[in-house]
Write a protein that binds this ligand. Structure first.
Ligand code: AGP
Length: 603
């Protein structure tokens, strides 16, 4: 996820930086701007936050320009460095492009453009867009961008400026947001309304496949066919602070609602004809021909690792061990050349996880990292990395990153299984459909989850239970509630209750039970009856249509009927929303819970 801002109609360079600053929450590993003067393109871009860019610009901040585009980056392709920062340029340094999203076919496009003589200098997918616009430019910038986007597969919000076209800038979107506005003297475009509302509260949200041509006095919207479209003006009432959170009260809630998009981005470019492909692992497949997989992680990432194990075992029996990093690093572990170590860390900076990586490497083991932060320590020390491409997660409680981790881990399980001859087009297809399912689910069920959460807000202890793949979901649900609502919550395998924890239960100790219609549903229902017999109130996650279970529980949250392997995704979201609404009803500091840090860089 990155932030894009641009204006046309006259202003100071500093205004580009100020606009960018308001989008910094969308990405902050590098930042850059571009503007043109007298047919010459000026670009300034650097690793680091927007304030570092401001320092570099120094006296140029007061320069007057007609138009400019700006970008704050969260790397997806290419480590954060000055070359990979945006804007990216064409061969002649006439065209500047800023981009948010993932171009899935960029390798193929780059190869074709190189054969045609284009010279590439960065590792980004974005650079192909600058060269495509260069290729198609014939005096008409809108037309060149229109042709360029027809070649692109994947997701994008792009802004394009041409040094020879000083009275126009062009933007386009597919699946990454862009908002356009004008005050009649200047026109603006940005990734969200935050930098726009000081100029105009009447905005147009570009739709997928649309382009916007901005001139000083107005903007026009076009389909990718070139046909002009009528503008749908929205009047925005949000404050700047609310706009940053997309109108949500907290980043955590916003990030939960980004989950369908996160799944799409994690899948992007990794499925072809219902088969998983990982370009990142090309030439490395021999390291996947293993007979043992160790998974190492902490907290939420550890829970994602546990689900990976359960999922993999549905594909084939396999020797998989999942361990928390703070334990693993002190163990006398066995590793040989047929052991693969998968290390999961959203931040890529968790101290115990990094020490575990060093232990594995000192024993000659191979490390495959799953991370969200390009260029983080983990990704530099691992042999290979698969990025989840979730965009920055600001709330301390991990939500969308967890969903991104699950998505990549499922793909990885299918990919490894393929090296042993497995073929599961049905499962790949089910993953492809998941973003839409998740989206519909959130639209239809968030209010119910909120109501149930508000009903249980007065309780101080919760027991989360599940079986099989949904046992790790119980652990994760309990962790979420603990972290943000400071409520005692424990997660257990439902079958383990009678070996001790059931002694805790009474009418003051509610049970959160995952009882979806998988192969362990009947066993789960028996466990629920055991808790009911101790007078516990039971909130159950059930599959739509299961009315029979209502007799044995107090409150139900229904999820749609799915293939069993997909339930952990929706169950995870239910528990995240439940924890969120309990904490919100108590008016707690949800995005920054006490005693916690986003990156745990100490042991
Ligand atoms: C998740 O909500 C927590 N904040 C925490 O458990 C986190 O998942 C853990 O610290 C691991 O972080 P990492 O993925 O960045 O390594």
């Amino acid at each position: 996820m990155c932030g894009i801002y641009g204006f046309i109609g006259g202003g100071k360079v500093e205004e580009l930086v100020n606009g960018l600053k308001k989008l910094e929450y969308r990405g902050y590993d590098s930042a850059g701007i571009a503007f043109a003067k007298n047919g010459k393109l000026f670009v300034e871009k650097h690793t680091g936050k927007v304030d570092q860019l401001r320092n570099f610009l120094d006296s140029d901040l007061s320069l007057r320009i007609n138009a400019g585009i700006a970008h704050t980056r969260w790397a997806s392709h290419g480590i954060p460095n000055d070359l990979n920062a945006h804007p990216q340029m064409d061969c002649q340094h006439k065209i500047a492009v800023v981009h948010n999203g993932i171009i899935e076919n960029y390798i193929q496009l780059r190869d074709e453009l190189e054969i045609e003589g284009h010279i590439f200098v960065s590792q980004t997918d974005t650079e192909v867009i600058a060269h495509l616009v260069e290729k198609y430019f014939n005096g008409d910038l809108l037309e060149a961008v229109r042709k360029a986007i027809l070649d692109l597969e994947g997701t994008y919000a792009i802004g394009v400026l041409h040094a020879d076209v000083e009275d126009e800038i062009v933007f386009a979107r597919r699946k990454s947001p862009l908002v356009v506005a004008t005050d009649g003297k200047r026109s603006y475009c940005a990734s969200d309304v935050t930098p726009l509302i000081s100029s105009s509260r009447d905005v147009v949200f570009l739709e997928d496949g649309q382009l916007a041509k901005l001139t000083a006095e107005k903007f026009e919207i076009f389909e990718s066919s070139g046909k002009a479209v009528e503008k749908k003006i929205h009047h925005v009432e949000w404050s700047e602070k609310a706009a940053e959170k997309g109108g949500y009260k907290h980043f955590m809630l916003k990030e939960i609602h980004e989950e369908p998009r996160v799944i799409s981005d994690a899948l992007a470019g990794r499925i072809s004809k219902n088969e998983v492909i990982f370009r990142e692992l090309e030439g490395w497949s021999s390291n996947l021909n293993v007979n043992k997989i160790n998974v190492i992680a902490c907290g939420t990432s550890y829970h994602a690792g546990l689900i990976f194990k359960y999922f993999f075992e549905t594909l084939r029996p396999f020797n998989i061990e999942v361990e928390v990093s703070s334990e693993y690093r002190y163990r006398n572990v066995f590793i040989d050349d047929r052991t693969l170590t998968i290390v999961i860390s959203q931040s890529g900076e968790t101290a115990d996880t990094l020490e575990s990586v060093r232990l594995v490497k000192s024993l000659g083991g191979k490390v495959l990292a799953i991370s969200n932060v390009v260029g983080s320590t983990l990704t530099r020390e691992a042999d290979k990395t698969l990025y989840i491409n979730a965009g920055p997660e600001i709330s301390v409680a991990s939500t969308k990153a967890y969903v991104g981790q699950l998505t990549v881990l499922y793909l990885l399980a299918l990919y490894i299984d393929k090296t042993f001859g497995g073929d599961h087009p049905d499962i790949v297809e089910s993953l492809r459909k998941l973003p839409e399912i998740m989206d519909n689910f959130m639209i239809s069920s968030t209010e119910t989850i909120k109501e149930v959460a508000e009903k249980y807000v007065g309780y101080t202890n919760f027991m989360y239970i599940g079986r099989g793949m949904n046992y790790p979901s119980a652990l994760e649900g309990a962790l979420k509630l603990k972290e943000i609502s400071y409520t005692n919550a424990v997660g257990y395998q439902a079958g383990e209750l009678k070996h001790g924890p059931i002694a805790l239960l009474d009418e003051k100790f509610p049970v959160m039970a995952v009882a979806v219609d998988d192969k362990l549903h009947n066993k789960m229902m028996s466990n629920i009856l055991e808790t009911k017999a101790r007078n516990a109130h039971v909130v159950a996650i059930l599959t739509e249509g299961d009315t029979e279970a209502l007799k044995s529980i107090n409150d139900a949250i229904y999820v749609p009927k799915l293939p069993s392997h997909l339930y952990p995704f929706l169950v995870g979201t239910v528990f995240q929303l439940f924890a969120y609404y309990v904490a919100d009803a108590r008016d707690l500091n949800i995005d920054m819970p006490r005693n916690l840090a986003k990156s745990v860089t100490i042991e």
